[in-house]
Design a protein around this ligand. Sequence first.
Ligand SMILES: NC(=O)C1=CN([C@@H]2O[C@H](COP(=O)(O)OP(=O)(O)OC[C@H]3O[C@@H](n4cnc5c(N)ncnc54)[C@H](OP(=O)(O)O)[C@@H]3O)[C@@H](O)[C@H]2O)C=CC1
Ligand SMILES: CC(=O)C(=O)O
Ligand SMILES: [Mg+2]
Length: 770
Amino acid sequence: MSSGEDTKTPKTPAGGDLDEQALFFHRYPRPGKLEIQATKPLGNQRDLALAYSPGVAAPCLAIRDDPSMAAEYTARANLVAVVSNGSAVLGLGNIGPLASKPVMEGKAVLFKKFAGIDVFDIEIDAPEISRMVDVISALEPTFGGINLEDIKAPECFEVERQLRAKMDIPVFHDDQHGTAIIVAAAILNGLELAGKDIAKAKIVTSGAGAAALACLNLLVELGARRENIWVHDLEGLVYEGREVLMDEWKSIYAQKSDNRVLADSIANADVFLGLSAAGVLKPELLVQMADKPLIMALANPNPEIMPSLARAARPDAMICTGRSDFPNQVNNVLCFPYIFRGALDCGARTINEEMKMAAVRAIAGLAREEPSDVAARAYSEETPIFGPDYLIPSPFDQRLILRIAPAVAKAAADSGVAARPITDFDAYLDQLNRFVFRSGFIMKPIFTLAKAAEKKRVIFSEGEDERVLRAAQVLLEEGTALPILIGRPQIIESRLKRYGLRIRPETDFEVINPESDRRFKDYVDQYLSLVGRLGVIPEAARTIVRTNYTVIGAIALKRGEADALICGLEGRYSRHLRDIAQIIGKRPGALDFSAMSLLISQHGATFFTDTFVTFNPTSEEIAQKTIMAAEEIKRFGITPRAALVSHSNFGSRESESASKMRRAMEFVRELAPDLEADGEMHGESAISQVLRKRVMPSTTLHEDANLLVFPNLDAANITFGVVKSMIDGLHVGPILLGAALPAHILSPSVTSRGVVNMAALAVVEASHPV
Ligand SMILES: NC(=O)C1=CN([C@@H]2O[C@H](COP(=O)(O)OP(=O)(O)OC[C@H]3O[C@@H](n4cnc5c(N)ncnc54)[C@H](OP(=O)(O)O)[C@@H]3O)[C@@H](O)[C@H]2O)C=CC1
Ligand SMILES: CC(=O)C(=O)O
Ligand SMILES: [Mg+2]
């Protein structure tokens, strides 16, 4: 069998040649960018009988009797065809269907990555309209939607018109409508920033093809005036009476004018809209444009003018391209995954004007919200804030799906084209949130409990950190916690402004200023009372209380000025743990602290312990770590099932660590007889009932383990790290167990969503202590 995989992958080409790197990227480790994955197991005879003959006959007959059942028994409702005949591939022209395949595979990947939509890319050898319509319309039984891509004008207009009339599923020409939606959003925002009215704006295009004309049609719907629009193509200006290269779609914009070329029309233009070819806009023309012009050079891969040239000619311009390597990426990727998400989720029969307008408003509105930290990282340096260099959201903004899909689904229902209208938008948003934040599903019970609880104060040691500031805003907005931030108020204030966050110190949340807090003397006294006999002299205590923010947070928690502590975004775990141990201490009866890490993946939730604290725990300590972990897991609404893992499988080895785990298991049975657990066993046995039962038919672990308890820190920490990296899992934690009060030491790689997750857990611990 050939998987096409190249086992001898050469080294990635060094140096900056993007073409060479792109060829390498597409070729290795296996050709192309896609594969198909089964969503049902096919591991044994029974699976085969269900998935294939004879079982498969049942869904076939159900669909024959009621075609709507295809949405229940097949992948159709989430399956889109990306179809091209290769006649206008990016700005590369008519390179044919086969050469268009990398672009179509790319669109498929974007659908999947950004909106979870499955795609078959379909490149068809069909230059003529009638053949395209025949081939594409015959695909209706397979797909929930059709995304036409890179089909040239004017044929694309007729193809789309005929398909929309023939087919009962959404047909959407991405280069027309996806581009128009995002261009309209950017123009609305750009004109607002320039203080201009769309009804008076002069718009000059280079391009009179699929993308340009669809953009203009939508802009006219939004208030632009035909008389202010000047369209140019290979022949120059589209004017009344022109006969060469004209068609009924272009002639709508024909001007009564003696102008003939772009240079004649560009004077006083407020917007240049380039959807044509590389390099057609010369810098010297830009000086004629109006004040604060909007220059949209959107041809791909190379724009009508490079941003550096445009900026040099017009420092006051707002500049957009279709590329990801410059600010203001105006590209239909910001639209097509999400408009289809909304359309598929409500069973829309078409994508109509109302749904497109809803998408425009959602995208334009999102740019004015605070940027997310993921979007900020995608721009790599400065956090973008709504303004000339940030007219529209980044393609990596995870909120695109959360804003566009519900707006589109609502517009579909309101305009009567939704076969399965969404009735509970809160539940729908929850579902989208779970797609965006993989932790969402597992964390839901924690957030529900945290929001229902009396408000708890969570103190953050690294209160100046961007991730904490973003998390604080989310916690306040969602009503999950009352944050207290340790940090210098002027730094916090200026960073909040820089990141475009709305919350403000003292008005919205409390700040402890380590440089001048009035409680400083009390804190030092309290600290000395705890550590004075551990070799810390008063002078050192004063310095520590001024400079060690985890110490400040722990003292505030101990004094009852906060209900939970979050630290660890900087510095070593052991240092934070030492401070928590000295100031907060262990909960009564705890032999030691323990750390549990939750790994979320497509396999669900798996908890690992002890990943950060005790190097070589005793049997008693391991038993206690298991029981503390199990108690914590119940907070997630999950029934804990523990496996004490080892190199020994149910007594197969007699080493010291194997018998340590066996003894630990005996303690667990004694101390927590109701806990479903077993051990010692191999890691594979823990997660495979078949393997486990083969060796130990009487095992007391009836389902696969979701809590893996390790014999020592090396095993736990290394296994967790390797598994997390290999399966690209999401880490929630580490969750500190055994402290007298809720306190968690995160890791420096945590994201702001990770901080929010752990703060919510800490609130639940504070409201429901064990
Ligand atoms: N950023 C984005 O999201 C998107 C960008 N695009 C880009 O827009 C461009 C056009 O795509 P699309 O509309 O689908 O293709 P079409 O083939 O439908 O249209 C191309 C248009 O550009 C005109 N044109 C070509 N070369 C020149 C030139 N040198 N000077 C002036 N006009 C020229 C053509 O003129 P004529 O009519 O005379 O043949 C035609 O009107 C491509 O570069 C594509 O990559 C497209 C979609 C989305
Ligand atoms: C982005 C896109 O669809 C194009 O350039 O054709
Ligand atoms: Mg395209």
